[in-house]
Ligand binder design. Structure first.
Ligand SMILES: C[S@@+](CC[C@H](N)C(=O)[O-])C[C@H]1O[C@@H](n2cnc3c(N)ncnc32)[C@H](O)[C@@H]1O
Length: 296
C-alpha cells in the first residue's frame, strides 16, 4: 500500500483487541505492546492465537489454491444455477445504495469480486476498505483493486473483531462468509458498531428461501453444498441498534440478504421502550425454529 494511502487509512484503524489507536513504526503498526506487520502493503491486524478454531479452519479453506480457483468456480456455479454473476453482484451493491462519495467497508472482501460494483455504487469520490482473514484472497483482491479508479484499502482482519473505530463507515457490506463465522452475533454487532448512525448495512450468505427449498434447484443445491440449508441468522441480529430491516433473496433465492440501517441514537431515545419490546418480540419469534425439512 503506498504511504499516502496508509496515511488515509491510519486514523480509522484501531487495535482489534484493545480498541487503542495505532501508530506507524517502520513497516509495522503498533499499539502498546502489540506490533502488527504490514505485509505486501497490507496491514495484518490479526493475532493468530485470538482467532477461533472455526475461523482458523475456514481460513485454511481459502489458501492459495482456492484463491486462484475462486473466481472461475463462482462464475461457472452461477451459470449452472441460471444466473449472470455480474448482474447479481451489481444488484447487491445497488441494494446497499451507499451515499455518493462515501466510505464503504466490505467485510470478507475475498478476491474483490464485489469491488467493481461497490465502486460503481459509491461513485468517483468514494473510497472502499476491504478486510478478509485469508492472505491469499486479499492478494487477489489487491490485484483487482489496481483496476479501479477509486482508492481501495485492504486490511487483514477477523470479521469478529473489526479493527476500526466506532461509527466510521457510511455503508457496510458483507456477502458469502457469515454462516461459518466463529461468532455470528458478534460479527453482526461489529458491522453495526463500525457503521455510522443511519448507515446502510447489507449482509448475505447461502440459505434457501422457503419456496426454493421445495424445488428441484433447491434440492440439488442443498445436496451439492449443505450450507444452502442454513436459515437466515435472524436471532443474531442486534435488533436494538437496527432500523428498517428488510429480508431479500438473491441468486435465484439460494442466498438470503439482510438490509437495514444502523439506528440513530436520537431517534431511539424517544422510542426506547417500544424499540426494546419490539426487539424482544422479534428475538423470541425468530428463535423458534421452523419445521424441519430435509430432516434438520
Ligand atoms: C465465499 S468467500 C466470499 C468472498 C466475497 N465476499 C464474495 O462475495 O465473493 C468467503 C470469504 O470469507 C472470508 N472469511 C472467512 N472467515 C472470516 C473471518 N472470520 N473474518 C473475515 N473474513 C473471513 C474468507 O477468507 C473468504 O474470503
Amino acid at each position: 500500500m503506498p504511504a499516502a494511502q496508509l496515511e488515509l487509512l491510519l486514523p480509522l484503524l484501531r487495535c482489534p483487541y484493545t480498541g487503542s489507536a495505532l501508530r506507524l513504526a517502520g513497516n509495522t503498526l503498533q499499539s502498546g505492546a502489540h506490533v502488527y506487520p504490514i505485509q505486501n502493503g497490507i496491514p495484518n491486524l490479526v493475532r493468530e492465537e485470538q482467532v477461533s478454531a472455526i475461523d482458523q479452519y475456514f481460513q485454511q479453506q481459502y489458501g492459495a489454491e482456492a484463491a486462484r480457483a475462486y473466481d472461475r468456480a463462482i462464475f461457472l456455479l452461477s451459470l449452472l444455477i441460471g444466473c449472470w454473476e455480474p448482474a447479481q453482484r451489481r444488484r447487491l451493491a445497488q441494494l446497499l445504495d451507499p451515499p455518493t462519495g462515501g466510505l464503504v467497508l466490505e467485510v470478507s472482501v475475498g478476491t474483490g469480486a464485489n469491488l467493481p460494483f461497490l465502486s460503481e455504487a459509491v461513485g468517483q469520490r468514494g473510497e472502499i476498505v476491504g478486510i478478509d482473514l485469508s492472505p491469499a484472497m486479499l492478494q487477489r483482491a489487491h490485484g483487482r483493486a489496481q483496476d479501479l479508479s477509486i482508492p481501495v484499502h485492504l486490511v487483514r482482519a477477523d470479521a469478529c473483531r473489526l479493527p476500526f473505530a466506532d461509527n466510521t463507515f457510511d455503508a457496510v457490506f458483507h456477502f458469502g462468509g457469515i454462516n461459518m463465522f466463529g461468532d455470528v452475533p458478534r460479527a453482526l454487532r461489529e458491522m453495526v458498531r463500525v457503521a455510522k448512525p443511519g448507515a446502510p448495512v447489507v449482509v448475505g450468505d447461502e440459505g434457501l428461501s422457503e419456496n426454493r427449498r421445495r424445488t428441484f434447484l433447491g434440492r440439488r443445491a442443498a445436496k451439492m453444498n449443505n450450507l444452502y440449508l442454513c436459515r437466515p441468522p435472524f436471532a443474531a441480529v442486534p435488533w436494538e441498534d437496527v432500523q428498517g430491516f428488510q429480508l431479500h433473496w438473491a441468486w435465484r433465492e439460494l442466498f438470503y440478504v439482510f438490509r437495514f440501517h444502523k439506528g440513530c441514537p436520537a431517534a431511539r431515545s424517544q422510542e426506547d421502550h417500544a424499540v426494546s419490546v419490539q426487539a424482544e418480540v422479534r428475538r423470541r419469534v425468530l428463535e423458534s425454529p421452523p419445521p424441519g425439512e430435509y430432516g434438520i
